[in-house]
Design a protein around this ligand. Sequence first.
Ligand code: A3P
Length: 345
Amino acid sequence: MLFKQQALLRQKLFVLGSLAIGSLLYLVARVGSLDRLQPLCPIEGRFGPRGQDEIPLRALQFKRGLLHEFRKGNATKEQIRLHNLVQQLPKAIIIGVRKGGTRALLEMLNLHPAVVKASQEIHFFDNDENYAKGIEWYRKKMPFSYPHQITIEKSPAYFITEEVPERIYKMNSSIKLLIIVREPTTRAISDYTQVLEGKERKNKTYYKFEKLAIDPNTCEVNTKYKAVRTSIYTKHLERWLKYFPIEQFHIVDGDRLITEPLPELQLVEKFLNLPPRISQYNLYFNATRGFYCLRFNIVFNKCLAGSKGRIHPEVDTSVITKLRKFFHPFNQKFYQITGRTFNWP
Ligand code: A3P
């Protein structure tokens, strides 16, 4: 009798064990990446000498673990030396445009194992005080990375600041420049919304968008209003073209990055000569946020902060029409220069 009970128990344990192993294998298959589930092993064993374009498949895991610790400043000098980590000047910069989706672009590119982002906007080239501190100051602001990785920073003020193209050219004349744009009127309203929110936070009142965007004397578009000026993309780009050939720029469609991020990111990977590593697995739509969020691995995912994706105030349709008509010729010129056409009205 006792023997029979023990046999039954063993049988039950066997079935339960098989189920557990089965579930685990299913999970691994669903995630589609055994790599991501493997435990970390010593770095030296993982990184042998490689070619520039070879990206270690498991680097993504490093980035989230080890590099994160280094970035938080928890690393000793000895650890940094041991792991061959360096602070590199950026090989690519997201120069703008403000409210185009610059944060989303940077965070999404950072999903790539060969990309390391500078988390903060550094404002080195647009801020005279920072610029006076010199290039070493700038380099020290960069995150630690492995030598085969590339660093990317974003400071959207670069696009519209007069002195910046020459300054960046002096640092690296062959740098790659990313510009993310949205339909100009929407971008201007988004810009306004951000300023409005800042005023509200300080309990201050602010003008309506219509009042700022339209000159009350002429009833024409107010070209002195910064949110309008920033959306005249071609004017700013022309200044940059005095220093860099158009081939060094890549234009990202910020409206498409919202609705369909993967193809936009794949174009950027190509532009940066990176092997395609960002996949649909890394991007999932979050219905509550109404935006795509980022999935780094089975345990770590994140959405952008609440300040990204604000609800815009309603704007008088006649003002929208006027603005769209105003931007139209500038947009045509922008398409012509960049070779990228958008369906902007
Ligand atoms: P809105 O707040 O007007 O919707 P930036 O980072 O340059 O300031 O741009 C902010 C804009 O990024 C937001 O503008 C939002 O529409 C856009 N965006 C693009 N992809 C996003 C994402 N996945 N999550 C949140 N915002 C995103």
